[in-house]
Design a protein around this ligand. Sequence first.
Ligand SMILES: Cc1cc2nc3c(=O)[nH]c(=O)nc-3n(C[C@H](O)[C@H](O)[C@H](O)COP(=O)(O)O)c2cc1C
Length: 471
Amino acid sequence: MKKFLSVLLALCCVLSLFSMTSGAAENVTAEENISVVLQIGNSMMTVNGNTLEIDPGRGTVPVVVNDRTLVPIRAIIEAMGGTVSWDEAAQTAVLGYNNNEIRLTMDQPVAYFNNEAYTLDVAPATMNDRTMLPIRFIAERFSFHVDWNGEEQRITITGELSNSEPTKEPVITPEPEEPPAPANAHALTICFSATGNTETLAETVAQAAGADLARIIPVEPYTSADLNYNDNSCRANQELNSDARPAIEPLEVDVSQYDVILLGYPIWWGQCPPVVRTFLDSYDLSGKTILPFCTSGGSGIGGSLSKIRELAPDSTVTDGFRGTSSTGTAQIDEWLRDNGFVRETVGEPERMAETKVRLSWDNNEVIVVLEDNATTQDFLSKLPMNIMLEDYNNTEKISYLEEALVKDETAAGCDPIPGTVALYAPWGNLSIFYKDWSYSNDLIPMGQIETGLDVLTAMNSDVAVHIDRVE
Ligand SMILES: Cc1cc2nc3c(=O)[nH]c(=O)nc-3n(C[C@H](O)[C@H](O)[C@H](O)COP(=O)(O)O)c2cc1C
């Protein structure tokens, strides 16, 4: 009975029932079916034969905009046992009912039902201080049936009781927990960009990740008329609405060679563009990790991820990242790191076996295997050298070099462990860690101690050290 009353209340309020009374409930005879009738321009409606005000005391009437009916909705959803919350900053109404959620943003023709984007024929609007929302879209998403009688300008909404109790709180499907991207993986940045923003971001992402870069190129390029999303019939909108798969040129890289795909695209109506779907359909990405990123006019990337997960079911799809054409590497590094991505260090083992330096003082010796980057190349060119090592923070031994080293920004970013040798770029000092320390974008990794960590750790005063190359 509780369930019955909830749904009755809900539907009694299909057009803003602030003053719904139990009297109306008593008159409903069909226990499993509800019928609500309303008429354009009429402030009254009938609920299973009972006449009620749509918006008590206010005289609000349903209006038609662009062939769609808009109504005030708050009381409807609340009476359904659902919830309405209002995000003032985002100008978005969040409707929750029966474990489902609809998000509608004022003046935006894109709505989200359980995070899936839908194009609306008419955007939510404010009229006479009332928030007017598209009733057909909402009722149908929440599984009611909507009929339109054009001659009588009448809308009839019918529904059946759902099997589950309505929830008081909107339930948002949580993003699945994803395992992190494999460390030290071979990565490819691949992007689609219609007007260049995402391509610029993709170049920065590729640089930050040390990844190769490739582009998704539509066989038929998009003209500006194709991208005019204000025109319902523009190519981009049509392709999205029909879930099309526009043809793309074969990629200029062999995707099978990569473990990680950094996938970039512009947001189109909250989604990834159809050519990205073509890419996901056309290439075998099973077993790979996909890190999605986007540019947009303001929308987040969240709404586009479910489609990517749907089209790449055997891939690990991580959290997405929204940037702009001027996003810097620091933000990208953070996203990569948060999703378990570690820059590849291809070819390093051979190099490390070859290039070692020796730090010596008194009868002590520390051997460091060097990384191969512009900073270590410069360091090698300055050897032999004499430095003073001092303790810093009970964590590392540091030395301010007489001659500044080249700062290889492309190699920057280091998560020191005991024995890590790095250049701290802001101050230009050499840092030799004997304790674990946190990741820093400002550290340029130079190498790792192979032997002698114990004597370095035991150093208890400033020491003059000689450094030369091990031949
Ligand atoms: C068809 C179409 C739909 C769009 N939909 C949205 C949207 O829903 N939200 C948003 O913030 N921006 C939207 N935009 C704006 C683009 O996401 C934004 O301009 C993006 O940076 C373009 O990237 P590009 O230069 O790489 O093509 C849309 C653009 C087009 C062409």
